[in-house]
Each structure stands twice: as structure tokens, then as C-alpha cells.
Design a protein around this ligand. Structure first.
Ligand SMILES: C[S@@+](CC[C@H](N)C(=O)[O-])C[C@H]1O[C@@H](n2cnc3c(N)ncnc32)[C@H](O)[C@@H]1O
Length: 271
């Protein structure tokens, strides 16, 4: 039972949020059957019961503050939309747009946010000039870092992997000017073999870091670099940490995988 609870608490927040709304709804239906007098309560009380119950249950299941606020707000928003005439296209189109932009990170719990120029410059310092090396950006977002790096290191080859279709398309457009040495692939980072890269860069979230650490250790060649923007890999000590201005706590964490491989033209960022 505790194991089941652990698995549930680790499941994607969107599942727990829906579960909390569904369970609260069932409880309210049961209450209204058991105590018919409750049915005369004003609608806002029921909405508050639905939202408050789902928020409380969400908190119990480990949902963050933002999700709890959303849980509380959701029944009121749905009631509002039921009472107002909105074009029937509005919600499917809004949902489709959200999925196209954020869909890639929905299940892996990685939202879209962009690294800043300070991060790009710190990354550039890790890539020595004149070396034909390969770098991948796992979860490439809008392609900002890749475009910046590919312009300044024409001899290196870059790949961006992005799971959200619209985001991928915008990154593809953005990197057209550097298409000679930079490609964008639409798909999941979990399907990318990391074994051919000298530098693997990722700016994700705490959720996938344990799995990414395991994947990197299993696939990356000795001496290559795994660079995580801000989110550490549990149980691994970074060889170097580069603080970044702009966001509190932002940094590049650099892990050199397994020891130095003398046959590859590797970057040497460590002192
Ligand atoms: C925080 S953004 C990082 C953007 C960019 N790498 C940067 O440094 O500016 C993370 C991106 O990872 C994408 N993403 C999340 N899960 C993914 C997955 N399993 N495979 C590929 N991309 C994923 C999200 O859609 C999002 O665009």
C-alpha cells in the first residue's frame, strides 16, 4: 500500500489533479444522495466544495501551490463557461494550442522556459574553437542556445530534440540560418542515443533528472560532458558548477562521464 501511494504521488501532476477532481465529485454526489437537504445549498457552495475538496486532496497527494490554486478555480471556470455562450471551437482550439506548445513536457513534467544569453555564453566556453565535435540539446525548446552556438562554432555539429510540435517547428525555423551544422528533431529525448555526443546539454526539471542520469551513464562515452542547466542529477557530484546571472539558483552543472577518453577531441572546461 505505501508503495502504491508512492507511485501515485510520483505520477504526473495532471493525473493527480484529475483524480482529485473526480474523487471529490463522487463524494459530493454521494453526500447529496445521503442528505437530500444539502441540495438546497446555493450553487457556489457546491462549487467551493468541489474546488476546495480537490485542492485539499491534491495537497495530500503532493501537488504544488499552483496546481492547488488551479483545482480551486477549475469548477468556477467550468460553471462560468456553462452559463455563457462561447464558440464551440474555442475550447478544442485552445486545448490543441496548449498541447502543441506544452504537450511534450506534460507527462515528463518539463515545462517550456528558455535559458538566457548568459547560459549560452557559458555553454560556448565549453566548446573549444576548431574542433569537430557533436552536441545535443535534449528538450531544445525554441532553439535559442543551438542557434547561438551553431553560429559561433561552425565546425561543430548540433542536434536539438524537442517533443512539442509547435515549439519544435519554431525552433526549426529559428535554426534555418545555421542548418548546415544544426538539425532539429521532433521526438522524445528518451529515444536519442547519447553515445555519439561529446556534449549533452539539458535544461529540464527535477523530475526526469534521475532517469537522465542513468541514461547518460549507460550511453555516454568516457570523458564526454553532460551539462545540466540548474537541475542536479541525484547522487552525482558535478565536476564543475558555473553560476548564471538572471535567475535565482541558476547554474550550469557539468558532469564529466567516467574519465577522460584520449582519442576524442574533447572540450576541457575543468580547471
Ligand atoms: C526548459 S525548456 C529548455 C529549452 C532549451 N533547451 C533552453 O535551454 O533554452 C525544456 C523543453 O524540453 C521539452 N521536453 C520535455 N520533455 C521532453 C521529452 N521527453 N523529449 C523532448 N523534449 C522534451 C519541453 O517541451 C521544453 O520545450
Amino acid at each position: 500500500m505505501p508503495r502504491l501511494r508512492h507511485i501515485w504521488n510520483e505520477s504526473p501532476p495532471v493525473l493527480r489533479a484529475l483524480g482529485a477532481q473526480a474523487l471529490t465529485f463522487l463524494v459530493l454526489v454521494a453526500l447529496s444522495r445521503l442528505f437530500p437537504a444539502l441540495r438546497s445549498l446555493p450553487a457556489w457552495v457546491w462549487l467551493l466544495g468541489q474546488g476546495g475538496g480537490a485542492a485539499a486532496l491534491g495537497a495530500y497527494w503532493g501537488l504544488g501551490l499552483w496546481w492547488r490554486g488551479f483545482q480551486l478555480f477549475l469548477p468556477f471556470a467550468l460553471a462560468w463557461q456553462a452559463m455563457h455562450a462561447v464558440s464551440p471551437w474555442f475550447y478544442p482550439v485552445a486545448l490543441l494550442l496548449l498541447l502543441l506548445i506544452f504537450g511534450g513536457g506534460l507527462l515528463t513534467r518539463v515545462p517550456l522556459y528558455n535559458s538566457n544569453r548568459a547560459a549560452w555564453e557559458a555553454l560556448l566556453d565549453l566548446l573549444p574553437e576548431g574542433q569537430s565535435m557533436k552536441m545535443v540539446d535534449l528538450g531544445a525548446g525554441l532553439g535559442g542556445p543551438l542557434r547561438f552556438l551553431a553560429e559561433r562554432r561552425p565546425e561543430a555539429r548540433f542536434l536539438g530534440v524537442e517533443a512539442s510540435p509547435l515549439v519544435w517547428f519554431l525552433a526549426w525555423l529559428r535554426t534555418r540560418a545555421v542548418a548546415a551544422n544544426c538539425r532539429m528533431r521532433l521526438g522524445s529525448l528518451w529515444n536519442e542515443d547519447l553515445g555519439t555526443y561529446d556534449v549533452v546539454y539539458a535544461f529540464l526539471s527535477p523530475a526526469p533528472m534521475p532517469e537522465l542520469g542513468r541514461k547518460a551513464l549507460a550511453e555516454m562515452a568516457p570523458g564526454t560532458l553532460l551539462v545540466s542547466h540548474t537541475f542536479p542529477i541525484p547522487d552525482l557530484t558535478p565536476d564543475q558548477t558555473i553560476p548564471l546571472p538572471g535567475r535565482p539558483g541558476a547554474c550550469l552543472l557539468i558532469y564529466r562521464v567516467g574519465g577522460v577518453c584520449p582519442t576524442r577531441g574533447l572540450p576541457q572546461p575543468l580547471p
